[in-house]
Write a protein that binds this ligand. Structure first.
Ligand code: ADP
Ligand code: ASP
Ligand code: MG
Length: 419
């Protein structure tokens, strides 16, 4: 039998009515003769609520227990979806990650998938089951404990299943009708793309466009999964939504393809550290050991013999997710107390955001950075940190200017126009 993977995100299964609507979509594909693996998220808002409960109970929580709590939302929707399908006379069964099994490493709260066992589900398909409903976002570690795959991880579950079961396609049903040039919720002029390359989607996702989890795009690229994003709220044709595909399959080639933002950033500065070999390694080694995901880094120009310090001193600034600031502060202060680091002051700013422009065309076009900085300066937005790569430029700015920056960049790079 040909097989499809269909993934429904939180808003698409937010209540029983929506689950019924999603089940009807599944029924359409079953009627066409497909076996279907349905991946479900928790009902919208549920995972946030669970994460909140964990944080309230234990601010520097044990990640194993975080996973035990936070994975539970998906279990509920998987069972409800299977029941809904059964009510429609479609033979369906629900599966939690460990039952499949979906095996991961032991990196709790951001585990990586190592292997998906296809045998149990395939046996059931052979016995006449038409739909396997799988709880997204979760797996089992080598130690036999429940793991989760990081926020947005059901997308990755879906793509990994599509690869493991060699599905004809992986359809990601969500609350927008495709991938846009930027988040349509903060920019009216955002334009839906019919196609986007894996490379650009990967950058957009990793820079904050949460429509797909970064890892899901990586997997789709590696295993050549036909990946499509579409709305669960509209009637859909086979061409609906956005196809994520190889660069060669795309006609449109603008220098800048999209603008992404990440709201929940923090900027931390270690004031007055010695400027000598090994310091950066000591700081970022400490942070890595504490599980802090450092993103942008700047080291200031060194000053000689500052306030009696021997040799040069400098400041080191870095950014990380805002919810990791406490963890970072504790790790750095503990290292200071243990004599492994020496700094005068640690400053944390939690009111920053990152805005990025992305496009494969930047590889060959000059002047994109200069144009981006000019647009921001025309809006009087101060840039605090800059990073670039071959196909993206990111800036850290004050959060209150984030939406303005996204809209101004979208306008200036004319992303509302197709060509
Ligand atoms: P789901 O619950 O279905 O997984 P998510 O909330 O994780 O949905 O992702 C969909 C959301 O991603 C949209 O509602 C939209 O606000 C946001 N988004 C951010 N950037 C983009 C983009 N470039 N194109 C489409 N949606 C985007
Ligand atoms: N429910 C999880 C989250 O909100 C996983 C997902 O929906 O993809 O992050
Ligand atoms: Mg999501």
């Amino acid at each position: 039998m040909p097989l499809l993977v269909m993934k429904f995100g939180g808003t698409s299964v937010a209540n029983l009515d929506r689950i019924r609507r999603a089940a009807k979509r599944v029924g359409v594909e079953v009627a066409k003769g497909y076996d279907v693996i349905v991946i479900v998220s928790a009902m919208s808002g549920k995972t946030n609520e669970l994460v909140g409960w964990v944080g309230e109970t234990s601010p520097l929580y044990d990640a194993r227990e975080y996973d035990a709590v936070v994975s539970s939302g998906e279990n509920v929707t998987a069972g409800l979806m299977a029941l809904t399908l059964q009510e429609m006379d479609i033979p369906a069964r629900s599966w939690q990650g460990w039952q499949v099994p979906l095996k991961t490493d032991s990196a709790h709260s951001q585990a990586r998938i190592e292997e998906i066992g296809t045998e149990r589900i395939n046996t059931k398909f052979a016995e006449g089951m038409k739909v396997a409903v799988v709880a997204g976002f979760q797996g089992i570690s080598p130690e036999g404990r429940i793991t989760t795959l990081g926020r947005g991880g059901s997308d990755t579950t879906a793509v990994a299943f599509a690869a493991a079961f060699e599905a004809e396609r992986c359809d990601i049903y969500t609350d927008v009708d495709g991938v846009y040039t930027t988040d349509p919720r903060i920019c009216d002029k955002a334009r839906k793309l019919d196609k986007i390359s894996f490379e650009e989607m990967l950058e957009l996702a990793s820079l904050g466009a949460k429509v797909l989890q970064t890892r899901s795009v990586e997997l789709a690229m590696r295993y050549k999964v036909k990946l499509r994003v579409l709305s669960s709220f509209e009637e859909q044709s086979d061409e609906a939504g956005t196809l994520v595909c190889d660069e060669e399959d795309i006609m449109e080639s603008k220098v800048v393809a999209g603008v992404a933002y990440s709201r929940d950033e923090a900027k931390m500065t270690l004031v007055t550290i010695a400027d000598r070999p090994g310091i950066a390694s000591a700081i970022f080694g400490t942070l890595a050991d504490a599980g802090v995901n450092v993103d942008m880094i700047v080291q200031n120009v060194s000053e000689l013999n500052y306030k009696g310090h021997e040799g040069g001193v400098t400041d080191m600034t870095f950014s990380c997710p805002v919810d990791q600031v406490k963890r970072a502060e504790k790790a750095l202060q503990d290292a200071q107390a243990a004599g492994k680091l020496d700094f005068d002051k640690l400053e944390s700013e939690t009111n920053v955001a990152k805005v990025s422009v992305v496009g494969i065309g930047m590889r060959s076009a000059a002047g994109v950075a200069a144009k981006m900085f000019k647009i921001l300066s025309d809006e009087n937005i101060n840039i605090q940190v800059i990073t670039t790569s071959e196909i993206k430029i990111s800036v850290l700015i004050e959060r209150k200017y984030m939406e303005l920056a996204v809209q101004a960049l979208h306008d200036a790079f004319e992303l509302d126009k197709a060509e």
